[in-house]
Design a protein around this ligand. Structure first.
Ligand SMILES: *[C@@H]1O[C@H](CO)[C@@H](O)[C@H](O)[C@H]1NC(C)=O
Length: 391
């Protein structure tokens, strides 16, 4: 008996000692793989060497990026890996100044087929201005890169990341499950073309909280196949708002369902909450959507459904959207519209919107009640309704 407890005690002591001698997380500092924090030396190979070791580690690991600027070319962090990997970033990752150096893949930093990745802190500077200039000049300019992309990834956490001046989107989440994005800042000039904040598609269980987007396109754009998306405490603007769509570009397309946006503020944005589909045949759908407790400050289209999207009238003349929109609730939405029409529902003549609910809406334009318009829509309204409901 006493022998047994003696050996138990010894085991416990050994465990205790080994805990302090051997850190549970092996740390890979990119500096020790040759990365230089000078903003000029290409650090891509150093990052990939650290990744290779971390990815092969059977224990959870941390890749550490200290203060300073690290030049990264197009970088693919490929899985599957043997255990969880955390990026702890105190520094800034910068893209090559010449946008052509990122090539035509559409990515700058890409995580693919990885599970259990966390990215804490850090700043991404894609230096997109050269690319925007090229696009504005009408020249042909390559496809442009999303700053950070997750493809086929599960159990992802991104916290405290700042991204500035992306060429295209800042952050893309594609074919992922269980993603938490919190406390991120995504910044680009309001005139920068197609700089979406976050693009989500074909993904389930994405949560975005406590984040700021000041950018040139949608703050958050929600593509086909998005399910169980939760967004809270979002500050958007300038930008094009939070947009479900564009949907229905393809005839065969997965739908969008169970999306919530709550406790959020839009400031000076082109749109607030928008649902947008192409005026083309499609089997896509949008259902079970809640927009709740939202403040609009000087927003051009605070509440909008547009099912007649057809840029340059190409590919959809005289057609109507096949996307069916149902069970969308707008509750407790207040503030100011920058245009007289604060609520605009332009649904498909062949697939009218159904089950749309307006509850406690108070939107003014120049200190008077704004107006609303309805086309091809059914639903109910209750509570304070300003503008008067057209449902
Ligand atoms: C809807 O999504 C939330 C996460 O935003 C999730 O907790 C909930 O279970 C989902 N509801 C359904 C019916 O799937």
């Amino acid at each position: 008996m006493s022998n047994l407890s003696m050996s138990n005690c010894l085991q416990l002591a050994l465990l205790f000692v080994s805990f302090f001698i051997q850190p549970l997380h092996a740390d890979y500092n990119v500096i020790s793989f040759g990365a230089k924090p000078d903003g000029n030396t290409d650090a891509t190979q150093a990052f990939l060497k650290a990744w290779a070791l971390a990815c092969d580690s059977v224990t959870a690991t941390t890749i550490y990026i200290p203060k300073g600027r690290f030049l990264l070319r197009e970088t693919v962090f490929r899985g599957p890996c043997k255990n969880k990997i955390t990026f702890q970033i105190d520094g800034t990752l910068v893209a090559p100044l010449d946008f052509r150096a990122l090539g035509n893949s559409g990515y700058w930093i890409l995580f693919i087929k990885v599970n259990g990745i966390a990215v804490y802190g850090g700043r991404l500077d894609a230096r997109g201005a050269g690319f925007w200039d090229c696009r504005r000049s009408g020249k042909s300019c390559l496809v442009g890169a999303t700053s950070i992309t997750f493809n086929w990834a599960n159990d992802i956490r991104i916290s405290g990341l700042t991204s500035i001046d992306s060429q295209m989107s800042h952050l893309a989440i594609n074919r992922c499950n269980n993603v938490l994005v919190q406390n991120v800042k995504l910044i680009a000039p309001d005139q920068s073309p197609n700089t979406d904040g976050i693009h989500v598609q074909i993904s389930t269980g994405v949560t975005i909280t406590g984040s700021t987007m000041e950018t040139g396109d949608d703050c958050i754009s929600i593509g086909p196949g998005t399910k169980n998306l939760w967004m809270a405490n979002i500050r958007c603007g300038p930008g094009h708002g939070v947009s479900i769509g564009s949907l229905g570009k393809e005839a065969n397309e997965p739908g969008v369902e169970n999306v919530t946006l709550t406790n959020s503020v839009f400031t000076g944005s082109d749109n607030g909450v928008r649902i947008k589909s192409w005026a083309r045949p499609s089997n896509g759908f949008v259902q079970n959507i809640l927009f709740q407790s939202i403040v609009m400050r000087n927003v051009k289209n605070p509440i909008i459904i547009d099912q007649n999207y057809c840029p340059n009238n190409k590919g959809c003349p005289r057609q109507s959207s096949g996307v069916t929109i149902s069970r969308v609730t707008y509750r407790n939405i207040q503030g100011t519209s920058a245009t007289p029409k604060a609520v605009s529902f332009d649904c498909s003549p062949t697939n009218p919107c159904r089950g749309i609910r307006l509850q406690d809406i108070k939107l003014t334009y120049a200190n008077i009640a704004a107006t609303s318009s309805c086309k091809n829509i059914g639903g109910t309204s209750s509570g304070v309704l300003m503008p008067k409901s057209c449902l």
